[in-house]
Design a protein around this ligand. Structure first.
Ligand SMILES: Cc1cc2nc3c(=O)[nH]c(=O)nc-3n(C[C@H](O)[C@H](O)[C@H](O)COP(=O)(O)O)c2cc1C
Length: 203
């Protein structure tokens, strides 16, 4: 099998998407990939972060995580995004990062990247599917190959059955409502497997 470089790129204010990213990374390594977990740079002013204890704690907890660079996108064969819902769309931090990929896009360097996405929201119908589809719209412009979980494994039903990508509800205390660990791991393994098929086909 061709060795796959997997970049797990996340944004998180209060830790949910960081946890999803780490489960995906674990599964990617189990599937034999070389894995990097990378955070999208924060744009919020320090006063906003300071005013929210959970946000502040998460920023402290993840100080060691490298920020994603454009070179990470070049390096990656497969990319898994994990981002929270913001009014049914991606957070501004993520959009800002995506908008820096214009140069790579222009050079055709994002073509055939195998991508997949996950999200979280406070409400079970709070815009999870819309958020993932918004992100995928950019991926279609990249010429990426979007690898959705669909209903490719029974574990997805127990996780809420979002065929576009794993999504989870976060309660008022910041805890995940559905048990999505298995679905995340399945999605990550599947993404690595699809990247292997694509890479082999290109060799
Ligand atoms: C500006 C803003 C907009 C949000 N919009 C929604 C929304 O439309 N629907 C929803 O269910 N949750 C919404 N949320 C809640 C977040 O999605 C939730 O806090 C997030 O999924 C937690 O992920 P994290 O722990 O990785 O930061 C919003 C939060 C913020 C700050």
């Amino acid at each position: 099998m061709a060795a796959i470089n997997l970049a797990v790129i996340y944004y998180s204010s209060t830790g949910t998407n960081y946890q999803l990213a780490n489960w995906a990374a674990e599964s990617g390594r189990e599937a034999g990939a070389e894995v990097k977990v990378l955070k999208v740079p924060e744009l919020a002013p320090p006063e906003a972060i300071e005013s929210n204890a959970a946000w502040k704690a998460h920023v402290e907890e993840t100080k060691h995580v490298p920020e994603v660079q454009l070179s990470d996108l070049e390096w990656a064969d497969a990319i898994i995004f994990s981002v929270p819902t913001r009014f049914g769309n991606v957070p501004a931090q993520v959009k800002q990062f995506l908008d820096t990929t214009g140069g790579l896009w222009f050079q055709g360097k994002l073509v055939n990247k195998v991508v997949s996405a996950m999200t979280s929201a406070q409400n079970p119908h709070g815009g999870q599917e819309a958020t993932i589809l918004s992100l995928y719209t950019t991926m279609y412009h990249w010429g990426a190959i979007v690898a959705t979980p669909g209903y490719s494994d029974p574990v997805l039903y127990g996780a809420g059955g979002n065929p576009y990508g794993t999504s989870v509800t976060v309660d008022q205390s910041g805890n995940m409502v559905e048990d999505v660990q298995g679905a995340v791991k399945h999605q990550a393994k599947r993404t690595v497997n699809v990247a292997e098929w694509v890479k082999q086909g290109n060799q």
